[in-house]
Design a protein around this ligand. Structure first.
Ligand code: SF4
Ligand code: NI
Ligand code: NI
Length: 707
């Protein structure tokens, strides 16, 4: 019965797909290009399953023939599940047709297809457990309120929610805010739009997992084991939804539904539940554990609120470090100087500030512990941005003495006050750094004269001292490096070697961070790597580093260099901030970053370049790296260093200019080096690029060819 319904649904979708492809060919011809924007994987699901890249309507016609071969009609469960996969592939074809001719088929609030860059960005939060799971909510809830309550419950747990169908209208009906920034992504209202989240899971396997396209077995094992997704499907469930659900189950994603008619339970795969129990049932089915920190504040605290934006008109009060004196600071103290969990407000609470006003604030988190080191202060402090942003109704930007904090009227009205910022900082620092923090207290200053005085007499000197320390931290000046293998959750053989002058490629793990992580959890992702047995100084190769990498990659990697992009380069997982690749005409390299959607002179966009490497394999000529690595003296030192950089997107160039120019001056005596580096406003093809570099006398032109 269930199996027949899946076959019916599959047949219906298949018929529609064939019709749609034929219509499109009749209208546009078989040579017409087809594909999704901002991905290097054409039709990602079909490509991953078969290894074939569909590029034209003609290819699509052939592909739908291949899909037909999956639609066997024996009455076994696996036939039904393969028909589910066939249904999903048909959905991908139907969705792809919507994008023919550069059409923009989705409009607010729906997203439709999600870019490769979005998936790469999800890498780190997924491995750290910051996003513990991905929910696919499909159909219309019994009432709009029940639907929104379900979404909220996931948001509060940090779970990324995608929406398909009527639930999107239900959110709009109640004015519930959606968007990638609050981790609620409406995909589309047609059921076929569910493929856009399936596509995310499947591309994760290609991007992070190094799964070979066409190896369907490895693909399905990867999604089942490593992508913590599940489906919540509201009744009524028709045959088409059922067929799509079978596809989800084949990928390892359980389907939880309140449908009671004509559906049999398939243990662990198709699970009946009441809507109010969807959350609990889903988490259990996928074995997702939620980290809970109890924080005594009157609003929600969840990573889903991290990207929340508070507009000027919605704010009760704003603390703006660009206008008045503000700062945030962590300081280590002696044990007896601290009274644990003391939160002190020195100055007026926000009740006393006029609505919508700009005020000063300074908060100092004082910590003490036997194993505390001053080197950890900036590590904790850098997390404040995320902690404070996770408060519902509070927005935080910047760091140190350039912070801005907005508190919304809504949060204020339910009782949120400045002291609650202290509660959050206290609770998070104590729970996340418990191995080194025994006691913690928070002082919050809100009087302008205190903030001014403390900023100049306490904070700025502390920041200066730290900067001096960082400047003197070089790869040579330390005794050990650290590994990071957090990303092995998705890239099983990837290892980052983190050094003072080369941070992790995600940009989130510096040598100090890795050191702190190791101290906090000696058996955790960051292990000490000694560097006593140098093999080759030029490329930065060490016997002990090789041994560590070999062990930590479970034998997948033998040798790795720290400073070369050509010889034994470090691997990439997939969540790198930037990718650089050789530009043969100029002897240089082009760097592009995740945020830049445009073309590079290599004729490839970020997703295309990014797809050249990843999955924990070494790819000479391409290297994923963090933004901060660009100005490092160790950036491809083996090939001549930063002098090789010939092109960057303008925004990235501006961001790194100050430090990059400093390095160029110091290493080569070049003034204003970034003036010689092209960007998209100057060149988008090799000819224009080389002409510009020649005019500028760019040093790369006269360097040895890299290959
Ligand atoms: Fe992943 Fe490397 Fe960043 Fe660690 S440092 S989280 S392994 S990219
Ligand atoms: Ni917030
Ligand atoms: Ni990663």
């Amino acid at each position: 019965m269930l199996i027949n319904r899946i076959f019916n649904g599959n047949d219906a979708v298949y018929g529609l797909t064939v019709g749609a492809i034929d219509d499109a060919i009749a209208k546009n011809g078989a040579d017409k290009a087809v594909g999704f924007p901002n991905t290097a994987y054409c039709l990602p699901c079909y490509y991953a399953v078969t290894g074939v890249k569909v590029k034209t309507l003609g290819d699509l016609k052939e592909a739908v023939g291949v899909v037909k071969t999956l639609m066997t009609r024996e009455h076994a469960l696996d036939d039904a599940l393969m028909s589910g996969v066939a249904t999903a592939l048909c959905a991908e074809f139907i969705e792809a047709l919507k994008y023919v001719d550069g059409a923009v088929p989705y409009e607010e609030p729906c997203y439709g297809h999600l870019a490769d860059a979005v998936i790469r960005e999800l890498g780190v939060p997924l491995v750290t457990g910051d996003i513990p799971g991905v929910a696919v909510v499909l159909g219309s809830a019994p009432t709009a309120k029940e639907g929104v309550d379900l979404i909220k419950s996931y948001q509060a747990q940090g779970i990324l929610v995608t929406l398909v169908g009527g639930i999107i209208d239900q959110c709009e009906e109640l004015g519930y805010k959606t968007g990638a920034n609050v981790r609620v992504i409406p995909l589309g209202k047609d059921v076929t739009s569910v493929i856009h989240v399936v596509s995310v899971a499947i591309r994760a396997a290609l991007i992070f997992g190094n799964v070979t396209p066409g190896d369907a077995g490895a693909l399905l094992a990867y999604t089942a084991e490593r992508v913590p997704a599940f489906v919540n499907a509201f009744a009524p469930i028709d045959d088409v939804i059922l067929a799509a659900g079978a596809g989800a189950i084949k990928l390892g994603f359980p389907v939880i539904s309140n449908e009671t008619e004509g559906i049999a339970e398939v243990p662990g795969a198709l699970i009946p539940a009441k809507v109010e129990d969807f959350n609990k049932t889903s988490l259990e089915a996928r074995n997702i554990k939620i980290k809970i920190t109890n924080i005594d504040i009157p609003v929600a605290f969840a990573s889903a609120f991290e990207g929340e934006i508070i507009r000027r008109g919605d704010m009760q009060v704003e603390f703006d470090g660009s206008r008045v004196d503000c700062f945030e600071l962590v300081q280590s103290k002696d044990m007896e100087e601290i009274e644990d969990h003391r939160i002190e407000i020195i100055g007026p609470e926000i009740d006393e500030f006029p609505e919508g006003s700009k005020q000063s604030i300074a908060y100092i988190v004082e910590v003490a512990g036997k194993n505390m080191q001053p080197d950890f202060e900036p590590v904790f402090e850098r997390k404040f941005h995320s902690y404070i942003n996770c408060i519902e109704g509070v927005m935080h930007t910047g760091q140190r003495d350039m912070i801005r904090v907005r508190i919304s009227k809504d949060a204020y009205q339910v009782g949120f006050r400045a002291k609650h910022i202290g509660e959050v900082l206290y609770a998070k620092v104590k729970s996340e750094f418990e191995a080194v923090v025994d006691k913690c207290q928070v002082k919050i200053y809100t009087m302008p004269e205190d903030c001014t005085k403390l900023r100049h007499e306490l904070a700025v000197p502390a920041f200066d001292k730290r900067d001096d320390r960082l400047r003197n931290l070089t790869d040579e000046s330390v005794d050990v490096y650290y590994s990071c293998i957090l990303c092995q959750a998705f890239s099983p053989s990837h290892v980052c070697v983190v050094t003072p002058e080369r941070l992790g490629l995600c940009g989130a793990v510096s040598w100090l961070d890795a050191k702190a992580t190791n101290e906090l959890d000696p058996n955790g992702p960051c292990q000490v790597i000694t560097k006593e047995k140098c093999i080759d100084d030029r490329i930065g190769e060490f016997e002990d580093v090789n041994e560590a990498v070999h062990k930590l990659s479970q034998g997948a990697l033998e040798e790795v260099s720290l400073y070369s992009i050509m010889e034994k380069p470090m691997t990439s997982c997939g969540c790198f901030e930037c990718i650089c690749g050789i530009e043969p005409f100029s002897n240089g390299v082009v760097i592009t970053n995740r945020e830049y959607a445009g073309m590079t002179p290599l004729g490839m966009t970020f997703p295309e370049l990014a797809s050249m490497t990843g999955g924990g394999v070494q790819t000479p000529g391409f290297m994923g790296h963090g933004k901060h690595f660009i100005a490092s003296k160790k950036f491809m030192k083996a090939e001549g260093g930063i002098e090789r950089i010939v092109w960057m997107p303008k925004e990235l160039k501006d961001m790194v200019a100050e430090r990059l120019n400093e390095t160029a001056k110091e290493l080569y005596g070049i003034d204003n080096f970034t003036g010689m580096v092209a960007d998209e406003t100057i060149a988008q093809d090799p000819e224009t690029l080389v002409a510009f570099l020649t005019e500028q006398g760019h040093p790369a032109l006269s360097m040895n060819p890299m290959m």
